[in-house]
Design a protein around this ligand. Structure first.
Ligand SMILES: [Zn+2]
Length: 242
């Protein structure tokens, strides 16, 4: 599988998709982990508190090192567009940049934020950027006047406050075999260390839900996502995957 993860900020992937990334890699797939910004202004509070005299460039460098270290543990490539955060600005050039990445990497699956997040100004913008860039890279699923790829499947990963972001999970990924890697990768994000315990606990809770939905008792930890487009496949798509 080729998976593209698009996070608005440098650490978003690790909490919401770290297990899914590691699982794709474990199964022999390839993951491109793309951050649209480092989250240097809005999501690096500890780094600014530690040393208020730090420059934006220094914070970006630290965030890059953390995301790179976490990506190395998960086994994916990390890239950052460095678009700036809080606020992130979208324009035609940036949408085209993302569309080119999608066209070149040609992922089968894209994971990104939800369209609604009342607690974050940039996460819905990442969704909007992916929505437009995905269509520019894939067209309408038929021949077009531009070079195109087959439309990738597309999911939103779980936001921090799912109910208030309109998130209804419909897809649970068993991440039991790679959960220790996710915990280790989360440990790299020292600018947001307060989230590690929260997402460890959430993985266990989602694992409980996955067991009850499927009856697959071996699932201890899971991540859940919401599909943005319907599922198409052979008859096995109707079954739980054991
Ligand atoms: Zn974020």
């Amino acid at each position: 599988m080729k998976l593209l993860v698009v996070g608005a900020h440098g650490a978003d992937f690790v909490w919401r998709a770290g297990g899914t990334i590691a699982k794709v890699v474990e199964d022999g797939g390839t993951v491109l982990n793309l951050a649209l910004s480092y989250g240097e202004r809005g999501e690096s509070g500890v780094l600014w508190k530690e040393d208020p005299n730090r420059t934006v460039d220094e914070v970006k460098k630290l965030r890059h090192e953390m995301a790179q270290a976490a990506s190395d543990i998960l086994g994916c490539e990390f890239q950052c567009y460095d678009w700036g955060d809080y606020p992130m600005i979208l324009n035609e050039e940036r949408i085209n940049q993302l569309a080119n990445t999608i066209r070149t990497f040609a992922p089968e699956v894209i994971l990104t934020h939800t369209p609604i997040d009342p607690f974050n100004p940039d996460h819905p913008l990442a969704y909007e950027a992916v929505q437009k860039a995905r269509l520019l890279s894939a067209g309408a699923g038929v021949a077009a006047a531009f070079e195109r790829i087959d439309p990738p499947r597309w999911f939103s990963f779980e936001p921090h406050q799912p109910e208030l972001s309109g998130f209804v999970p419909d897809t649970y990924v068993d991440i039991t075999s790679v959960f220790e890697k996710k915990v280790a990768a989360m440990g790299c994000m020292k600018a947001q260390s307060y989230l590690k315990d929260y997402y460890t606990e959430l993985g266990s809770r989602r694992g409980n839900h996955a067991r009850r939905i499927s009856g697959i008792q071996s699932i201890k930890f899971a991540e859940c996502h919401q599909s943005c487009v319907p599922v198409v496949g052979n008859i096995n798509i109707l079954k739980h995957q054991r």
